[in-house]
Structures are given as C-alpha cells and as structure tokens.
Ligand binder design. Structure first.
Ligand code: OAD
Length: 241
C-alpha cells in the first residue's frame, strides 16, 4: 500500500470543499464488472465480432440482434452492487467536500451508492428510448428478455448510451468542463485515459492537486501531482475525512 500517497490524499481532501472525481471502468471492477482494456477486460474476450465494433452506431443499425446478445450477456450483470469507491464518493459529497462525479461508466452504480451530482459522459444502460420516435422506455425493455426490443411505433428501442461514432452530449461535456476547470482537487481514477473526447477533459484542470488512482500506468501519469497505483476501492476505504 502506498501509505505516503494515501496520507497526502487525505490531507488534501481534509482541507478542501471542492473535490471533483473523474472515473472510468476501473471504478466498477471491484463490484465484479470487468473493465475494457485490462487483460481480463471486455476487449480481450472472444466474441463473434470485436466488442469495440459491436459497441458502434453502425453495428447497432446493421445488426441489432447481435448487439443485444452482447449487451445482455456482457453489459447487464445481475446483482452488482456499489463498492467502497462508489460509497466513499457519495459520503464525500454528503459531507460537502465533493462537488461532482464525472464518469465514463454506464452502470448507474454511483447513483446506487447515493451520489447526487453524477455526470454520465457515456450515458446509462438503465435508460432506453426508441431510436425512431425517441419515446423513453424503462430499462426492462432492453436489458432482459431476448431478441430486438421494439417500440409501439415499430422502431428499435436502444440504450441511452453513447456508442462509438456517436457524439457526446454537449451540455454534459460543458458541465463537466466547468466542474473540472473550477476544481481545487481533481481525482481521476480507474480509467486508462485512452478514449477521447472524455480523456481530454483532464486538460481543463488548472489547479495543482491532480491525483491519479489507477492500477496501471496511464499516458497522463507525468501530468499528475500525486499518482497512486493501487486498487481504488482499497485506497478510498482509507480516506478518513
Ligand atoms: P479501461 O478498461 O480502458 O481502463 C480501466 C483502467 O482501470 C485500466 O487502466 C485499469 O488498470 C484500471 N483499473 C481496473 N481495476 C481497477 C481498480 N480496482 N482500481 C484502480 N484501477 C483499476 O476503461 P475506461 O478508461 O473507462 O466507452 O474506458 C473508457 C471507455 O472505453 C469506456 O467508457 C467505454 C470504452 O470503450 C464506450 O463504451 C463509449
């Protein structure tokens, strides 16, 4: 354990009421959800097509049945619960220290842990809507059952997530930029910082307390003021402020 790193993080958080968290799939691995790029991640698993291709707009349009086979088997996991990282972030918000969680995850676990201000850059599999008429549908319409879910209008119901080739929601991006630009402490955790435009958000931070908590190295390690290469749940469970 990086005792010195965790002590520094604790000291910084104790003195601040303006912490912002920006995270990715590594935040949910301790809940049993595989990430994308680790050796046992989704992108190294065998499937009829590369998962990056299945998770694209053109693939969804071309073959929604195969998309949904993948979606229900790999993205929807029954019984997953928030872990220590999600819960600590909710506690820090409740304590008036943390202003926002910005996440690339689509699993809804931050809200399940009690976080209120959650900016979902890539959407959520817990929401759905018709790709033709835009009518909203409950998550049960897409996440369970078999085959292609269809709206009353005949259109294919799709998850409210950002697929590859699709733009991010501009309002959410702009709000994320505002939080990051004004943050005193920016903690980035559980993300390989490989996927843009989300990874580019880091460049908006102007302070001098940029913290990276990630198991493996990232392209931004040298930018950070504090780097902790440990499991995020273990690190966050030792935040005692
Ligand atoms: P990645 O799978 O690219 O990166 C996850 C990172 O978390 C890796 O660097 C791991 O080392 C690290 N990690 C795993 N478990 C951890 C733990 N317990 N504690 C700390 N670190 C841990 O996932 P993202 O960066 O989130 O996009 O990927 C970004 C986007 O790529 C996703 O939102 C998704 C994917 O394609 C879309 O689907 C649009």
């Amino acid at each position: 354990m990086d005792i010195q790193g965790i002590k520094t993080l604790n000291d910084w958080i104790r003195d601040s009421d303006n912490v912002v968290f920006f995270g990715g799939a590594g935040v949910s691995t301790e809940s049993g959800i595989p990430d994308f790029r680790s050796v046992d991640g989704l992108y190294h698993q065998k499937w009829s097509y590369p998962p990056e291709e299945i998770l694209s707009h053109s693939f969804f349009e071309r073959d929604p049945a195969e998309y949904y086979r993948f979606h229900r088997e790999k993205l929807v996991l029954d019984g997953v619960q928030p872990n220590r990282a999600h819960r600590k972030l909710a506690e820090l918000e409740e304590a008036g220290k943390l202003r926002a969680v910005i996440t690339q995850n689509i699993d809804g676990l931050h809200q399940a842990a009690g976080s209120k201000k959650v900016l979902e850059l890539h959407g959520s599999i817990l929401r759905a809507y018709c790709s033709r008429c835009r009518k909203p549908w409950p998550e049960e319409a897409i996440n369970h059952g078999t085959g292609i879910p269809r709206c009353d209008c005949g259109g294919v119901i799709r998850p409210d997530i950002v697929l590859y080739e699709e733009p991010l929601d501009q309002d959410i991006m702009e709000e994320a930029v505002r939080y990051i630009r004004n943050a005193e402490i920016l903690i980035i955790g559980g993300t390989s910082l490989n996927v843009y435009p989300a990874a580019g958000l880091i460049r908006y931070y102007r302070g001098n307390k940029l913290v990276l908590v990630n198991l493996s190295e990232t392209p931004y390690d040298s930018y950070a003021n504090l780097v902790i290469h440990e499991k995020i749940g273990e690190v966050f469970s030792q935040i005692t402020v």
